[in-house]
Design a protein around this ligand. Sequence first.
Ligand code: ATP
Ligand code: MG
Length: 417
Amino acid sequence: MSVTEIAAPAPALALLQNDELQGILDLLNGNGEEARLVGGAVRNALLGKPVSEFDIATTATPETVAARAQAANLRAVPTGLAHGTVTVIIDGHPFEVTSLREDIETDGRHAVVRFNRDFAADAQRRDFTMNALSLSREGVLYDYVGGLDDIAAKILRFIGDPAARIKEDYLRVLRFFRFSAGYAEGPLDAEGLLACIRARDGLARLSRERVRNEVLKLLAAPRAGEITREMSQAGLLGPLLASAPNPRRLENLLNLRSGEQADPVLNLAALCLNLPEDAHRLREKLRLSNPEHQRLVKAADALETLHDFDTPPDERGLLTLLFRYGRRGACDALLLAASHARDDAALWRKALGFLRDAKEPRLPFGGNDLLARGIKDGKAVGETLRLLEARWIEAGFPEDAETLRIILDQAVQLDRD
Ligand code: ATP
Ligand code: MG
């Protein structure tokens, strides 16, 4: 196997300036052990993308890692001992430290692992070439599988034979698209794509938590629109989601929101939310959290009130949406409707700007106003309040005391009649 060992380029070297990272590398290097930064952090630094977490691989066994952490008064949590992973916490920052190892045998359920000192084998076991770089404390960058070339060419490529690698773990199908959407450019690697399509049936074996994680990360990636279109055409997306995916709507949404922070749950809605029941199905399929599910239900409810996707509602319609569904529900629904609409993006943008800035209307009446005017407690109060609300909405959400008094008087009068 060929290995490229080079002095790390500046962006990778800059990672080593991080004090906590330096601390952990100092802790785990020396006395016959070696530790390196591996995986996503090295990749992202070289691609000029933000780095969110540091993963460390080491020749030290988990016991040694824990012992060294303890000796340095650091907390070490055995997060995945079966895989040889210990999380070491420095100044509140968690570092996943994984001992180099190989699978000796698998009986289908338990893997028997043996720890070793082989960084090359560790690289080979990873999924994609750009995920397999490692960086030593001294600033040497190690590339065993051609990851540097692929980073330079912005190609996401499996390490080894794609079909064989997918058989080891079907999640790699989703990871292929996720990383392609985040870090690659141009067409998908043809061999990888073909292997993913052939492995379609294997997706059903994956736990919903793992699928959820990958799908939401994919939807947060810059190329989410075009990559979900590819997946959908390959028949890989529909089975994971609630209803037939609509990548076109997602692409429209991403265009409308270009420059704004990625919103994976909203992107999921654009991809396959049409009715409230879709929200329920998505919750099941992707194990959505309660707040995520609630958000989708609200968006779907609000969307149903927007019958006409050709033009946005007028200002009163927008305020009604805001009043009934809150700012986020209203904005979500408007964005989804706009992504359906064929043209007039400027008009929809203007409506969205209005929704974002408008004061959220609050019903300026309560039960006490009615009781004070002699309406008996109980059913009549509730009914009159509903009537009041309708009148107030119809009048365009007035706030001045005189208009409110008139609306109130009329409603009370109606109740008496
Ligand atoms: P992110 O920034 O999205 O976390 P990452 O590269 O850190 O990107 P992780 O899912 O956190 O992605 O995985 C960390 C590393 O572990 C990967 O870069 C890869 O080398 C390896 N890895 C993770 N999952 C797999 C897998 N299913 N098969 C093979 N290697 C994997
Ligand atoms: Mg990671």
